[in-house]
Design a protein around this ligand. Sequence first.
Ligand code: CA
Length: 74
Amino acid sequence: MKEILYTLIFTAILMGSVYAYAVYATRTGLKEDENKNFIPDSWEKNFKWAFTGKALIMLALGFGIGFLTNELFF
Ligand SMILES: [Ca+2]
């Protein structure tokens, strides 16, 4: 069970970093963003789902982490 919790936390941090980097990279012009949606155009082809589902993904991760933390430590 702990492994699942750690995996979820790691995934949340990873996804958070990816989203933050996407905004940073497009704002600073490090990566091309023709359509100005703060997603590097080179990522949009394959990873659009990760951005369109951002709220849902983070919500699910948050719930999972909260639930498992509660199960394991309280
Ligand atoms: Ca874009």
